[in-house]
Design a protein around this ligand. Structure first.
Ligand code: SAM
Length: 219
């Protein structure tokens, strides 16, 4: 089955389950026009993140890796009016486009972008203001560093999701060794026997091909 088949499959399912959304489409278009890479989560993944946030009635969300704010909009919309989302981005241009997109989505008042290296920003966040959900989707070599900070910042019973951990199955292929793959392996090694969380990997297939995410609950 080729990627086109999986694109068709996502489009088909989305046509029943995800209404046409001019604001999200405008965010993607604005990102492309500004030359951002097309590496946002897919529509169905974005909606899944939103459903997760709603399931746990998240009031505080942290995202590492904003890009143009596409996943940020999905997550931000799950929050109540007095909720807060903090998203961390190293790239000024990405942050600027995300700011425009969040403004256009009417979410600026509850979604705040912190510009700088994600880990530095995380370290500065206080331990007494816990998050309900943390979505890690930045540079993959730093996955374990982000996860370690995320454990400090997430509440007991809160969720940590790490994207792109399957990578067409290459993470499990000993002949592959690019830094993104090594970053996932480092995280998996860190998770082995880690009593602070309970986690599983869910492999996915869709318009972005074969990939998957780690889903962890803080004990
Ligand atoms: N979550 C976004 C979405 O689905 O719409 C996609 C994020 S994209 C895969 C990864 C982002 O992480 C890029 O915008 C990149 O500039 C940012 N990034 C890379 N290294 C980073 C770092 N050290 N700290 C913070 N952000 C970083």
């Amino acid at each position: 089955t080729s990627t086109e088949d999986w694109v068709r499959s996502d489009v088909y399912h989305n046509s029943f389950l995800v209404p046409h959304d001019p604001i999200l489409n405008a965010a993607l278009k604005n990102s492309i026009v500004n030359g951002l890479p097309e590496i946002a989560v897919s529509t169905s993944q974005g909606k899944f993140l939103q459903l997760q946030a709603r399931t746990i009635q998240a009031k505080r969300i942290l995202e590492v890796g904003t890009l143009g704010g596409y996943s940020t909009i999905w997550l931000g919309r799950a929050l109540p009016v007095d909720g807060e989302l903090i998203t961390l981005e190293i790239n000024d241009k990405h942050a600027k486009v995300a700011e425009e997109n969040l403004f256009n989505a009417g979410l600026s008042f509850k979604c705040k972008i912190i510009i700088g290296p994600g880990h530095d920003s995380m370290v500065k966040l206080p331990s007494n203001e816990k998050f309900d959900l943390i979505f890690i989707d930045a540079d993959k070599p730093s996955n374990l560093k982000y996860f370690t900070e995320a454990k400090r910042l997430v509440r007991k019973g809160g969720i940590i999701i790490v994207d792109n951990v399957v990578r067409f199955g290459r993470v499990a292929d000993p002949e592959q060794s690019d830094p993104n793959i090594e970053g996932v392996r480092l995280l998996l090694n860190g998770l082995k026997g880690d009593k602070d969380v309970d986690a599983t990997t869910i492999a996915t297939v869709g318009e972005k091909g074969y990939d998957g995410f780690i889903y962890a609950i803080r004990n």
